[in-house]
Design a protein around this ligand. Structure first.
Ligand code: PLP
Length: 404
C-alpha cells in the first residue's frame, strides 16, 4: 500500500508531474491536522527542542527554521512551486519585484563591475540602476534589446550581468534569449531575464539558456491586484547567494503574501491563456480600425519579430497591447477619458483591464527627445487586457476610438 502523504513530507509522486499538476501541488507539506489547503504560518521565529538543537540550527548543522527573515514554511511552499514551474533548482521569494532585482545585483556585483541593461526596461529598474547602483561604482550601459552585435561589443572583462525583459514594455520588442545567453556565456557573465510579462506559462528563460529569472509576483502571479511580491529563480549555487543577501538585508516575503501568490500559481495557466486570447483578439481588431496607425503586439503577423516570438514563447503572446492613435496626445487623452469601464492606471497583471498613456505617465519624466528615441510617441496608448467579457472590453475601446 502506498502512503499518499505524511506530516511534514512533500508528496512523493510529483517527480514526473506536468505543469498544471505542479502548479496545484508542488511544495506543499501537510501538517499533523491533515489540512487540505496550504497553511499560512504567521510566526516570526521558531522554537528549539533544547539548547543543543538551537545551537545546531543557528550553525546551519541541522535543517529547520530559525527566523522568518531566513525561511518560513508558507514562503518556502511558494518558492518551491514557482521553481518547479520555471524549471529552476531553487527560487528565493522577495518583498517585491524591485527587491528581487536589487538582490540579484547585490549578490553578483561589486564596485568596478559592469552591468549591461536593455534600453527597453521597466522605469523603476532604470532608476534603481542609474540613481543607486551607479553611486556604488557599478558601471551601467544600456543596449538596444535586439542588437546582438551591440551586446557583444559592449562586453568587457568586467561584465557581470546582462539584464533584459522580453517582450518589452510598452512596445513589445523581443530579446533573443538563446542568442543572448551565448553572448553572456562567452563574456563570463550571467543572463538575467525579468519574466514578469510572460510568466513560466508563456516563456521559460532558463530552458532557453538564461541563468537567472526574476519576477514581480505582484502582476500575473497574484493576478488579482492584491499583494506586492517578487522572486528570483535559478541554480542552487546562485540562489544560495541571493538568499544570503535577502536573509541579511531583509526584503523577505510575508507569509500571507506568499500564500496569495501560491494560490495564484494554481490558476496561472488558465488565467494567462484567457488574458492572451482576449489580447490577441483585441490586437487584431485594433489593427483594423482607421483611427489606429500602429499596433504593437508580438502575436500579430505584422510584428517584425513574430517568428522569434513563436519560437521562444508558448501558449500565447502576453496580455499587454500598445497602439498609436492619430492626433497625438490630445487624441490619446480623449480616448482614455471616453472609456467607462477600463481602469485608468499603469498597473498590469490584474483581472481588470487597465489603460495608460505612457508618454505622460510611465515615461513622463523623459524628455521628448529621449521618448522619441525609445519609440514612445504622444499618440501611444497601452492596455493590459484583463479577464472581463471580451465584448465589453471591445465596446469600451470603441468608445475611446469614437472620441479620437
Ligand atoms: C512591476 C514590474 C516590476 C517591479 O515589481 P514590483 O513588484 O512593483 O516591485 C519589475 N519588472 C517589471 C517588468 C514589472 O512590470
Amino acid at each position: 500500500m502506498t502512503i499518499q502523504w505524511q506530516p511534514g513530507q512533500l508528496d512523493s509522486d510529483l517527480t514526473e508531474a506536468g505543469f498544471d499538476t505542479l502548479a496545484v501541488r508542488a511544495g506543499q507539506r501537510r501538517g499533523f491536522e491533515g489540512e487540505h489547503g496550504e497553511t499560512i504560518y504567521t510566526t516570526s521565529s521558531y522554537v528549539f527542542r533544547d539548547a543543543a538543537h538551537a545551537a545546531a540550527s543557528f550553525a546551519g548543522d541541522e535543517p529547520g527554521n530559525v527566523y522568518s527573515r531566513y525561511t518560513n514554511p508558507t514562503v518556502r511552499t511558494f518558492e518551491e512551486r514557482l521553481a518547479a514551474l520555471e524549471g529552476a533548482e531553487q527560487a528565493v521569494a522577495t518583498a517585491s519585484g524591485m527587491s528581487a532585482i536589487m538582490a540579484t545585483v547585490m549578490s553578483f556585483c561589486s564596485a568596478g563591475d559592469q552591468v549591461l541593461v536593455s534600453r527597453s526596461i521597466f522605469g523603476a529598474t532604470v532608476s534603481l540602476f542609474d540613481k543607486y547602483f551607479k553611486r556604488f561604482g557599478i558601471q551601467i550601459d544600456y543596449i538596444t534589446i535586439d542588437d546582438l552585435d551591440a551586446w557583444r561589443a559592449a562586453c568587457t572583462d568586467k561584465t557581470k550581468l546582462l539584464f533584459i525583459e522580453s517582450p518589452s514594455n510598452p512596445l513589445a520588442e523581443l530579446a533573443d534569449i538563446r542568442a543572448l545567453s551565448e553572448v553572456a556565456q562567452q563574456a563570463g557573465a550571467l543572463l538575467v531575464v525579468d519574466n514578469c510579462f510572460c510568466t513560466p506559462v508563456l516563456q521559460k528563460p532558463l530552458a532557453l539558456g538564461a541563468d537567472i529569472v526574476i519576477h514581480s509576483a505582484t502582476k500575473y502571479i497574484d493576478g488579482q491586484g492584491r499583494c506586492l511580491g517578487g522572486a528570483v529563480a535559478g541554480s542552487a549555487e546562485y540562489m544560495k547567494e541571493v538568499l544570503g543577501f535577502i536573509r541579511t538585508a531583509g526584503p523577505s516575503m510575508s507569509p500571507f503574501n506568499a500564500w496569495v501568490f501560491l494560490k495564484g500559481l494554481e490558476t496561472l495557466r488558465l488565467r494567462m491563456m484567457a488574458h492572451c486570447s482576449s489580447a490577441m483578439n483585441l490586437a487584431q481588431w485594433l489593427e483594423q480600425q482607421p483611427q489606429v496607425t500602429r499596433v504593437y503586439y508580438a502575436g500579430l503577423e505584422s510584428h517584425p519579430q513574430h517568428e522569434l516570438a513563436k519560437r521562444q514563447q508558448e501558449n500565447g503572446f502576453g496580455a499587454v497591447v500598445s497602439f498609436e492613435v492619430q492626433g497625438g496626445k490630445e487624441a490619446a487623452w480623449r480616448f482614455i477619458d471616453a472609456t467607462r469601464m477600463i481602469s485608468i492606471t499603469a498597473n498590469l497583471g490584474d483581472t481588470k483591464t487597465t489603460i495608460t498613456h505612457p508618454a505622460s505617465t510611465t515615461h513622463g519624466r523623459l524628455s521628448p527627445e529621449e521618448r522619441s528615441a525609445c519609440g514612445i510617441n504622444d499618440g501611444l496608448l497601452r492596455i493590459a487586457v484583463g479577464l472581463e467579457e471580451l465584448t465589453d472590453i471591445r465596446a469600451d475601446l470603441q468608445r475611446g476610438l469614437a472620441a479620437v
